[in-house]
Design a protein around this ligand. Structure first.
Ligand code: FE2
Length: 399
């Protein structure tokens, strides 16, 4: 870490992205919410759909700040049924709650699952008679969306900064949408809202953000900007995740983890993703108990070992904070796999998939990954040629 980091005033709220979405970032950023919502009201929005999961919107402390404005200024309905790994049914039910009041905007308060559902609901509310499946299964394209205000209560997904949304089908798939209409209108990243996250979620979210960085920087379509953001994100995660796990209320650590997840989300927006997310989506589709970031972390050592020989220079730079002896030559694949596994174990991360799967599940996981909508979208972007044997090997090595 360069010494300039220590000079950053973590209480100063600044605009992270100048273009849509405008993202207010910093401790105290939630105070911007009333002005953001008042702006919507001034532009004719008198009814708002609120999308949350059952817990985090209150546990984070966001709800107590936001509700007085809603009660005083607009008609609002509340869909609070977003589950982890949200489904098409979640999106459709949220949109239905919005239609019931003629919602003109969507307020999402939560982590990645909530914000992805809120963004999808905003699309559905702008297209009469459509279901989530119509968009996720590419039967129709996105041409509009209601304004979305995204209040982020996590530091993993980066959905508040990206044009992605993910949802699980009724069958064996977990596809993604990617459209400029999926950018929130305004996002708020206030690290205080993450201070009550328990250790397991803290770790899983940070590993999700690290995976975004490592994948976005190594696609065949990555950019210097995506790599630059990814390098910063990886460095902050390596530096501050141990502190956040030891001291959950340390707002400086939460600040940098939230910043890392936001810029990793922007990095994915620019660089896209590849194998990790394709394989993890197969895992959490086959077993909904798999936490997204944890599944990614379990796969990470074998996956990085597999792709390292193709992109050693960029991975050596990104992973320098974890494995300083990397020099960026292809022969370091075994070293990086072993040291990543050691680092994750040291953080208390599960080492294998054994809590969820056995070897008997690998053929099904491989088949699901290879035929998934996300696979069709992202497999061509992987830095190596991917066939079923490669996918099976990564799963086998992660057992
Ligand atoms: Fe992710």
């Amino acid at each position: 870490m360069g010494c300039w980091h220590r000079k950053i005033d973590v209480n100063r709220v600044f605009v992270l992205q100048l273009n849509r979405p405008k993202t207010y970032f910093g401790i105290g950023a939630l105070a911007k919410a009333d002005a953001v919502l008042a702006d919507l009201v001034r532009n004719g929005c008198d009814s708002v759909l609120v999308v949350t999961d059952p817990v985090s919107y209150k546990a984070s402390g966001a709800w107590d700040s936001l509700r007085p404005f809603l009660d005083a200024r607009v008609t609002w309905s509340h869909f609070d049924g977003v589950r982890p790994n949200p489904t098409y049914a979640n999106c459709d039910a949220a949109a239905q709650a919005g239609r019931a009041i003629g919602a003109k905007a969507v307020l999402g308060i939560g982590g990645g699952s909530v914000l992805d559902t809120a963004k999808t609901a905003a699309v559905l509310l702008a297209h009469t008679g459509k279901k989530a499946a119509d968009f996720y299964e590419k039967r129709t394209s996105i041409t509009a969306a209601l304004p979305v205000v995204a209040i982020n209560t996590a530091h993993g997904c980066g959905s508040e900064c990206s044009a992605f949304a993910v949802s699980q089908s009724d069958g064996e798939d977990k596809p993604a949408l990617h459209s400029p209409h999926l950018y929130p209108t305004v996002a708020i990243d206030d690290p205080r809202l993450t201070a009550s996250l328990p250790a397991r979620q803290t770790r899983a979210m940070a590993v999700d953000a690290l995976s975004h960085a490592l994948e976005a920087a190594t696609t065949t379509t990555t950019t210097p900007y995506a790599i630059c953001l990814a390098r910063e994100a990886a460095a902050h995660i390596a530096a501050f995740l141990p502190t956040a796990l030891r001291q959950p209320g340390n707002l400086t650590a939460r600040y940098w983890l939230m910043y890392a997840s936001a810029i990793a989300g922007i990095s994915v927006d620019h660089g896209m993703a590849h194998l990790g997310h394709i394989l993890e989506h197969a895992m959490s589709t086959l077993n909904a108990d798999v936490i997204h970031g944890e599944g990614l972390g379990i796969l990470l050592p074998a996956l990085i070992g597999e792709i390292y020989p193709a992109v050693p220079e960029v991975l050596a730079e990104l992973l320098h904070p974890v494995v300083p002896e990397l020099t960026g030559i292809p022969g370091e694949a075994d070293l990086v796999t072993a040291r990543l596994r050691q680092w994750l174990l040291g953080l208390g991360h599960p080492a294998t998939m054994s809590a969820y799967f056995t070897g008997a599940d690998v053929p099904a996981l491989t088949r699901m990954a290879m035929k998934s909508c996300l696979g069709k979208m992202l497999l061509p972007l992987a830095p190596i040629r991917v066939d079923a044997a490669v996918v099976e090997r990564i799963f086998q090595q992660s057992l």
